[in-house]
Each structure stands twice: as structure tokens, then as C-alpha cells.
Write a protein that binds this ligand. Structure first.
Ligand code: NAP
Length: 311
């Protein structure tokens, strides 16, 4: 009997993913069928987007794994009906490259003073070259697939980069800290702070008033992680007092960001509409197919989510 792979994502995604998934699954040599509908008890794997509408996994009694198309799993990890192993999207080169480009672009905007020197076409001759990257320490909170790649790219540009994660690690080019004391040091160094943590019970509101107070005067916050990592009121207060210079935010507690939210009109906030990066079908299909190949070969799946930790 062929391995049944159910694609459960918004219908418009099917055309984008189907050719790439077909090519990647063909390359595994498996006898499979890739479908958008199937009797639940016949499904072996679910390729899953949390906004697909599927939220009861109980009928999928034969399902060996749910393969999340997104890097973030906060919308599915606590689902009590999900008893099958859950893998998330890691090592999609397109997703990682997109995040590196977005983070590097926004770090460089603030570092170079782009708004002041390039866009201020107001006839004012503002002298003074920006400092070199070597003089602008950057901290990246989260040293997972994305934080590590961004930290290393920034280090290659010359920024002194400090990273912070839950567990100790070694990352070439990045001074990697961990634990509460590590966070204190990481924040104290951060002229530019990049948030690339997952949203979990332990990281919600991580950047609150107390932690913002540890950042250097005039620091910039860049958040492509998740909106709820930041205490919005504390952030606005710090911007209003001039304690922070700017916040560039790609993610929000409520998305789309409601029109009346103060972030939209705040002169020191840049809003981007959750576009920092996204899963790219061609590269993501290879990650998904490799996990299905592993599952069918009885090998351990890659990128499994730790339900207790929430990521
Ligand atoms: P990941 O590989 O799971 O890495 C998460 C990192 O955060 C790890 O280094 C982990 O530490 C650290 N961490 C988790 N909980 C922590 C805690 N309580 N204290 C300290 N460090 C903690 O995730 P990723 O693939 O790099 O993605 C990061 C996040 O980016 C995603 O969860 C998602 O929310 C966001 N994202 C946003 C977009 C966008 O377009 N805006 C796109 C993709 C992803 P350990 O290394 O010790 O485990």
C-alpha cells in the first residue's frame, strides 16, 4: 500500500508546493500518494500549516508524524489532540537566507543611519561618517537555526556579535552566552538587539521593562521572532522616554496589526507585516521528504519539537 501524505495547508499553497513535494518525494524512491484529502485513518504523514483549519488530530490514528511547514510551532504545540510526533521547519535554506537578508538589512539601516543620511533629502548637509560595524555590538537572542545564521552573517560584516540561548553552545564568530546572567551581559552589550527566540511559556514577555532597562541608552530593538516576546507597553514607554532609539517589528501579538495600534503611528517604530522570511517551497520540500523517508526507513525523525519546552 502506498504511503499516504496529506497536504494540509491553505488551498492557495497547493499549487506552490505540489511540484516541489512531488519532485522531492519521487527522489526518495518511496511508493507514495500526495493528496489534499483522504480518509483520516489512511493518512501516514500530515504536512501541516497551523492556519489550515485542521485542529483535531484524533482521527489520524495511523499518522506517524505531523510535519510543520513553519519554523514557529506555538499555535500547534499545545494542541491536546496532537499525540503524534511533531517536527518543525528547520534547515530550509530559503527560509534561513531570507531571515539573514531581512535582519542584515534592518541592522545596517540603523547602523548606517540610513534614514538620516540617505532618505533625509531636505537640503541639510549632515556631516560625519557612521562608525564601523566593529564599533557597534549586536546581540541576537536565540541561537537556533535562524539566530545562529543571522549572528554569523552579522559577524562576517564586522559587528561584534553576542548570542544567547537556553543551553550552552559554541558558535563560530559569535560569543555565545546562556542563562539569566548571560542574558544580563548580552543585553548590556546590545547597541542593536535582534530577537529570534520561539514563543514559549518561558520566553513570553522576555523583553519587559526590567530587561529593557539593561540595554544601553539609545539601543535599537529588532524583532522578527514573535510579537509576544516583547511587552508592548514597556517598549513604547522606553521609546517615548528616549531610552531606546527605535524598534523595528515584524511580528505582533495580534496579526494583522490592528489599524488603531500605537505602533503604526509611532515615529520611532517601523512595522513590517510578518514578512521577514517564510518557508520556501523548493527547499522546504526536501526537508519534508527527508523526514518522510526517515520515517519509512525506521530512522529517527529530524527537527522534532520538545512538547515540554514548547519548541
Ligand atoms: P530554533 O531553532 O528552535 O531556535 C530557538 C533558539 O531559542 C534556540 O537557540 C533556543 O535555545 C533558544 N531558546 C528557546 N527558549 C529559550 C529560553 N527560554 N531561554 C533562552 N533561549 C531560548 O528556532 P529558529 O528556527 O531559529 O526560529 C526562531 C523563531 O523565529 C521561530 O520560533 C519563529 O517564532 C521565528 N520566525 C519568524 C519568522 C518571520 O517571518 N518573522 C520566520 C521564521 C521564524 P537552545 O539552542 O538552547 O535550544
Amino acid at each position: 500500500m502506498p504511503t499516504t501524505v496529506l497536504f494540509s495547508a491553505r488551498s492557495e499553497r497547493w499549487d506552490q508546493y505540489a511540484p516541489h513535494l512531488t519532485a522531492a518525494l519521487d527522489a526518495t524512491g518511496l511508493d507514495y500518494r500526495l493528496v489534499t484529502e483522504a480518509a483520516a485513518e489512511e493518512v501516514d504523514y500530515i504536512i501541516y500549516a497551523p492556519n489550515s483549519g485542521l485542529d483535531d488530530f484524533t482521527p489520524y490514528t495511523r499518522c506517524k508524524a505531523v510535519l510543520n511547514l513553519w519554523a514557529g510551532v506555538e499555535d500547534v504545540v499545545q494542541n491536546p489532540t496532537l499525540t503524534q510526533p511533531l517536527a518543525r521547519m528547520v534547515d530550509d535554506e530559503g527560509l534561513t537566507q531570507g531571515m539573514v537578508e531581512w535582519v542584515a538589512g534592518h541592522v545596517l539601516r540603523h547602523h548606517l543611519g540610513t534614514d538620516r543620511h540617505v532618505m533625509g533629502q531636505d537640503g541639510v548637509w549632515r556631516t560625519g561618517a557612521p562608525p564601523l560595524a566593529t564599533e557597534r555590538p549586536v546581540t541576537v537572542l536565540g541561537l537556533g537555526a535562524l539566530g545562529k545564521a543571522c549572528g554569523q552573517a552579522l559577524a562576517r560584516l564586522g559587528f561584534p556579535v553576542t548570542g544567547w540561548s537556553r543551553s550552552p553552545k559554541q558558535v563560530d564568530g559569535v560569543e555565545a552566552l546562556h542563562g539569566e546572567e548571560g542574558l544580563r551581559d548580552a543585553l548590556a552589550r546590545a547597541r542593536i538587539l535582534v530577537l529570534l527566540l520561539p514563543l514559549t511559556a518561558a520566553t513570553e514577555n522576555l523583553l519587559d521593562a526590567r530587561r529593557i532597562a539593561r540595554l544601553p541608552e539609545g539601543a535599537v530593538v529588532i524583532n522578527p521572532g514573535r510579537g509576544a516576546l516583547v511587552d508592548d507597553d514597556a517598549l513604547i514607554d522606553a521609546l517615548d522616554r528616549g531610552r531606546l532609539a527605535h524598534a523595528t517589528l515584524d511580528v505582533f501579538r495580534t496579526e494583522p496589526l490592528p489599524p488603531e495600534h500605537p505602533f503604526w503611528a509611532h515615529p520611532k517604530v517601523t512595522v513590517t507585516p510578518h514578512i521577514a522570511s517564510e518557508t520556501r517551497p523548493a527547499s522546504a520540500a526536501r526537508v519534508i521528504a527527508e523526514n518522510i523517508r526517515r520515517g519509512e526507513a525506521g530512522e529517527p525523525l529530524l527537527h522534532l519539537v520538545d512538547r515540554a519546552l514548547g519548541y
